[in-house]
Design a protein around this ligand. Structure first.
Ligand code: URA
Length: 185
């Protein structure tokens, strides 16, 4: 574990801990406020993120931005990252060995950011961070507390692109996050 961002970011440069290094264009480390109270964790970069090196800049990210705007959440005040930092080919779900190889970077990011709340975007984030026993359909919208951090699992924004009905739940979950944040401020 590194106790500063410079060393952590340097440690990931040229990472070849898993096979995703062979097909990536850029490592997508994370973006936003490094002292954020609220952190968002997705699954892994897609094609646009791989090209730009920034998480959630593609279609799913734009949809998330719209929800942020509607709810008055300032994206720059959040910290946003992913379970895996390199794009899985064809946007497939990261395999267990890939997530395992990458999770120490995410743990280190969480330690440095020290968020009060972490929003888990989708099943991959939920299962890799809280445990395989959790399923996104049953868990979304319900707080999980672990080691002093409050986790809110919700739909991955890409799921909203496929199913309009999930937008309402996503919106509701983010509203719950804002409410809780105002309570614990
Ligand atoms: N989907 C993710 O899970 N993360 C991104 O950064 C983009 C799309």
């Amino acid at each position: 574990m590194y106790n500063n961002w410079e060393e952590l970011e340097e440690s990931i440069n040229n990472c070849n801990k898993c096979k995703l290094c062979k097909t990536r264009i850029n490592i997508v480390f994370g973006t936003g406020n490094k002292n954020a109270d609220i952190m968002f964790i997705g699954e892994g970069p897609g094609a646009d993120e791989d090209k730009q090196g920034i998480p959630f800049v593609g279609k799913a990210g734009q949809l998330m931005n719209k929800a942020f705007e509607g709810l008055g959440i300032e994206r720059e005040k959040m910290y946003i990252s992913n379970v895996v930092k390199c794009r899985p080919p064809g946007n497939r779900v990261p395999e267990d060995d890939e997530a395992f190889a990458c999770l120490d970077y995410l743990r280190n990011q969480v330690i440095l950011v020290k968020p009060k709340i972490i929003v888990l975007l989708g099943s991959t984030a939920l299962k890799n961070i809280c445990g395989k026993q959790y399923g996104i359909t049953a868990s979304r919208g319900k707080w999980i507390e672990k080691k002093g951090i409050l986790y809110m699992p919700t739909w991955h924004p890409a799921a909203l692109l496929r199913d309009e009905n999930k937008k309402i739940e996503f919106w509701r979950d983010l509203k719950e996050v804002i409410k809780k944040y105002e309570e614990i401020l």
